[in-house]
Write a protein that binds this ligand. Structure first.
Ligand SMILES: [Zn+2]
Length: 273
């Protein structure tokens, strides 16, 4: 499931390729992908002839600013891919939306499980009002993070994954961040010492930065690809996630997996407290 590092990798490549380009053709064949619009034709009318003026991101949402002041919002869901291809490229299974940027460049939104979506809205997108601060761009100090944590009595991991608290972190990066911070998933958020908050703050920014630097994580069972169709490289750097039974890189005790709320959590039972 794509999280902030994967979405940011895509954002940077789309920013490079698309800003200044005009959407000259648009086809929406997957009604479910454009479900916020009454009809697919409404989506097509809203993008056709507009140019891309900026490529932004908030949490796991990509935000393509258009020249008429609207924003094309794109969410990858469980299995969505955004691929840049030449317009004559062969058909790709599960393609739901195609945008053409002239004779040399096309974008395809591919999504086998169709939990992802694309829609056009006015700026700022009120549809994203439920999102908390962005985990990469808007958490700027340990003091800020500490104040956020003190206002919540819930457990640390579900709070980090709560998109209304901080946007962009999912199951995988929550485990990696908590491992780096040496904190257990089930610590009460308001129980952290100042030193623990600083560790969590540093772990958040360093893990997200490193994962972006390695172009995200592609797991055996997921669909993440970058805009060129290539896999990410950060999965080889995971310290805890998916490492059940392997020695902890810090203390050599075995990494364990616990099931909480239908999801797996990976942690070192000795050095995360
Ligand atoms: Zn350990």
């Amino acid at each position: 499931v794509p999280e902030l590092p994967e979405v940011e990798t895509i954002r940077r490549d789309l920013d490079h390729a698309l800003v200044g380009r005009e959407i000259r053709s648009a086809v929406a064949t997957g009604q479910r992908s454009v479900r916020r619009h009454g009809e697919a034709a409404e989506f097509v009318t809203a993008v056709l002839g507009r140019s891309v003026t900026a490529m932004g991101r908030r949490g796991k949402y990509l935000l393509m600013s258009l020249s008429d002041g609207a924003v094309l919002v794109l969410h990858l869901g469980m299995s969505g891919q955004v691929l840049l291809v030449e317009p004559g490229h062969a058909a790709i299974a599960h393609t739901h939306v195609m945008l053409g940027f002239g004779p040399d460049l096309g974008l395809r939104f591919v999504d086998p499980r169709t939990f992802g979506e694309i829609f056009v809205t006015r700026a700022p997108p009120v549809e994203l009002a439920h999102l908390g601060v962005d985990a990469l761009d808007d958490v700027r100090s340990a003091a800020q993070l500490g104040a956020m944590l003190r206002s919540r009595g819930t457990k640390l991991k579900p709070l980090l994954m709560d998109q209304g608290f901080v946007a962009g972190i999912g199951n995988l990066y929550a485990d990696e961040i908590l491992f780096a911070a040496r904190l257990r998933y089930d610590r009460a958020a308001d129980s952290l010492s100042a030193a623990e908050v600083r560790r969590l703050y540093r772990a958040m920014s360093s893990i997200l930065d490193a994962a972006i630097g390695h172009r995200g994580s592609s797991l055996a069972d997921d669909q993440y690809r970058d805009v060129f169709g290539a896999v990410g490289d950060y999965q080889s750097r995971h310290q805890a996630y998916g490492r059940e039974g392997e020695p902890c890189p810090r203390c050599r005790k075995s990494i364990v997996r616990v099931k909480t709320g239908g999801r797996s959590t990976f942690l070192c039972p000795r050095c995360q407290a």
